[in-house]
Design a protein around this ligand. Structure first.
Ligand SMILES: [Zn+2]
Length: 120
């Protein structure tokens, strides 16, 4: 089961993504962003549609206005703390398929990360 996220969450995320892009723009001296590739973990509790909407809203009037947003969804993975097996998970707190333990460490799928930018 996935917790329902509220749009404010996605808006705030988009704002931090834009901040990161603007910071990079100052360092690398680009003035226009054409495409943003974003890694979104499937356990990050983010609605993709809300994210796209938020991105359009926060980039208005910025160097990334009208930029394409390419989203790559990253499946959840956890490593079992008992047997060391790493396995795919659809939700947090799933049992290890090998030994049945619930003690696991999330190793992938919770992140929101800018992977790549196409700039000019
Ligand atoms: Zn295990």
């Amino acid at each position: 089961m996935r917790p329902r996220s509220n749009p404010v969450h996605e808006l705030a995320l988009c704002e931090s993504v834009l901040e990161l892009i603007e910071e990079q723009a100052r360092v690398q001296r680009y003035t226009r962003v054409n495409t943003v590739w974003l890694e979104v973990g499937s356990l990050a509790a983010v609605e993709i549609e809300a994210l796209r909407f938020g991105f359009d809203v926060v980039t208005r009037g910025s160097l990334a206005e009208g930029a394409a947003l390419e989203i790559r969804e990253i499946p959840g993975r956890a490593r079992c703390l008992c047997c060391g097996e790493s396995h795919a998970i659809a939700a947090r707190g799933e049992a290890c398929p090998r030994c049945g333990s619930y003690r696991s460490q999330l190793i992938d799928g919770a992140q929101i990360r800018v992977q790549e930018l196409e700039v000019s």
